[in-house]
Every structure is written in structure tokens, then in C-alpha cells.
Design a binder for this molecule. Structure first.
Ligand code: OFO
Length: 168
């Protein structure tokens, strides 16, 4: 069984995933206000992804007989200089999430809690994908350098993103 310290760290990460959902919701609101409906849709789907990540820990805590205590969170950043700035913030956020997942995994490894180590591997893979995804978007946005036609096409492409619950 995980120690209370590890349980608390899992609860903290669960709440950080829910906070992440809010962070992406604020980014979506910014894009929507700037009439970039596709970018907004992309970030709304990301919001759902984060909620899924949080709920996965919620279920795990219940499965191991622990309580998923829900906490509040800070007001997210609501204003950005541009779509590029918005996605750069998203990328920085994902790097922070990765750092936290690694710290959590280190704790599980210290305790040799194999159940939690196995559980967290899913998040480690997910973070690799999410960082790569945002990095790729930033490269695309920088290449476009605000070219109106290119931005229009990318916005339209992002309008097609839908939420599919990730493989567990
Ligand atoms: Fe939950 O991975 Fe993004 O933040």
C-alpha cells in the first residue's frame, strides 16, 4: 500500500490535472474571443483530456481504498499576446506537468510501490506525446509567421479535433 505521503502526492497531481483543464479552458476562451474557433476547439478538447487525466487518478485512489480530496485552484492566465504565445504557454505548462509526474514516479519508486509505478507509466507516455504535440504546433505557428491564409487553414484543421478517451 502507498504511504500517506504518496497518497497525498497522488491527490495533489489529480487536482493539478483538474487545474490543467481550467488552464486550457482559459486558453480556449482567449482563442474564441479572437475568433479563432479551430484553435479554441483544439484547446477545448485538451480541456477534456486533462479532465480525463484527473479522473483516472480519481478512480485509482478509489481503487486503492483512498479518498480523492478535491481542492480549489488558482485563477488561470486569461490573456495572451497571440496564438503563438498561447501555445507556447501550453507547452511550458506540459513541461511543468512532466516534472511533477516524474517527481511522483520517483516517490513511488522510493517506496517500491509497484502498483503505483505501473499506474504512472501511462502518464509518462502521455506526457511524451503531449510535449511533442505542442512542440510541433509551435514549429508550425512559427513557420506560418502570422500568414493569414496559413493561419486560416491551420485553424480549420484544428476545428476537426475531437475528444476520444485515450487507451488506458
Ligand atoms: Fe495531464 O497532461 Fe497535459 O497537462
Amino acid at each position: 500500500m502507498p504511504s500517506q505521503k504518496l497518497v497525498n502526492a497522488l491527490v495533489e497531481q489529480m487536482n493539478y490535472e483538474f487545474e490543467s483543464a481550467n488552464i486550457y479552458l482559459a486558453m480556449a476562451a482567449y482563442c474564441q474571443a479572437e475568433n479563432w474557433d479551430g484553435f479554441a476547439n483544439f484547446l477545448l478538447v485538451q480541456t477534456e483530456e486533462e479532465r480525463f487525466h484527473g479522473m483516472k487518478i480519481f478512480r485509482y485512489l478509489n481503487d486503492i481504498g483512498e479518498r480523492a480530496m478535491i481542492t480549489g485552484y488558482d485563477t488561470p492566465k486569461n490573456d495572451f499576446e497571440s496564438i503563438l504565445d498561447c501555445f507556447e504557454s501550453a507547452y511550458e505548462h506540459e513541461k511543468e506537468v512532466t516534472k511533477r509526474i516524474y517527481a511522483l514516479s520517483d516517490l513511488a519508486l522510493d517506496e517500491r510501490d509497484h502498483g503505483t509505478i505501473h499506474f504512472l507509466k501511462w502518464y509518462i507516455n502521455e506526457q511524451i506525446e503531449e510535449e511533442a504535440m505542442f512542440d510541433h504546433i509551435i514549429v508550425q505557428l512559427k513557420r506560418l509567421n502570422n500568414d493569414t491564409n496559413g493561419m486560416f487553414l491551420l485553424d480549420r484543421e484544428f476545428a476537426a479535433r475531437t475528444f476520444t478517451p485515450p487507451q488506458e
